[in-house]
Design a binder for this molecule. Sequence first.
Ligand SMILES: NC(=O)c1ccc[n+]([C@@H]2O[C@H](COP(=O)([O-])OP(=O)(O)OC[C@H]3O[C@@H](n4cnc5c(N)ncnc54)[C@H](OP(=O)(O)O)[C@@H]3O)[C@@H](O)[C@H]2O)c1
Length: 258
Amino acid sequence: MNGFERREIRAMASGRLEGRVALVAGASSGIGEATALALAGEGARVAIAARRLSRLEGVAARIRAAGGEALAIRADVADEAQASGMVEAVLRDYGRLDMLLCVAGVGVAAPFRNTTTEEYRRMVDVNILGVLYAIHAALPAMTRQREGHIVVVSSGTGRYIHPSTVYSGTKHAVGAIAESLRREVGKDGIRVTSIEPGAVRTEFTAQMRAEVRESVERRLGDMEQLESEDVANAILYAVTQPRRVNVNILTLYPTGQA
Ligand SMILES: NC(=O)c1ccc[n+]([C@@H]2O[C@H](COP(=O)([O-])OP(=O)(O)OC[C@H]3O[C@@H](n4cnc5c(N)ncnc54)[C@H](OP(=O)(O)O)[C@@H]3O)[C@@H](O)[C@H]2O)c1
């Protein structure tokens, strides 16, 4: 058990999210995993979704061992039926949905001419359509409840231009979708937050081609990156504000990142 988990388990007693239900899409590793642990640490019942069920079951076991409640759901968010199926599973098992956290994402951090059309498709399918499908499935329940919080994990590349043209484009889209949606659904008591991290030390580069991964690693050098828990803390800040407060955008960068 690491320090973060110990802290979270202590926090569970205070339970700022007691009685709340969260769905974290993309919770099998990195930022999503840390976010699921942080939300559970505050007393939320947490559904966790991704493609790697065995990893999800490991996260769920840690939450349960710490006294929390978790539901692992295998889902590919780029598949509309699976994305809506994960929301339906949460509503069936937990009866409501207070927070939808769209964390799942893929990225090939390469210039346009060094990105294949298959990679464009994967980024658009997961980073844009995956977010839209999940929101589409979750909104009716949140509207009925007259309460809900949608958190999307965009990126610093969704605000500032970095040399990763298509990935950056998908994250700009996510930020625009979040802000437009916020204006549309706020009157229904639904909050929308976009989180924009700089470089975070996760498995994110593992899904990139070796050549791209090496160039990203060279670019980052020995700069100290954010930890997943830093981003989870930013998310926790947004979701624990009073209902009258919508945290629109949170941008956080490693201190050493230009
Ligand atoms: N690391 C960074 O520097 C950084 C910076 C800014 C923003 N971000 C964003 O942060 C988010 C999380 O990334 P991370 O850094 O935590 O990397 P990560 O450890 O690779 O996590 C990515 C998560 O997304 C899930 N995922 C990917 N494709 C999916 C799909 N089709 N369906 C369902 N789940 C899928 C993965 O699970 P499965 O593989 O099990 O499906 C995993 O849980 C991404 O949206 C990324 O764009 C990352």
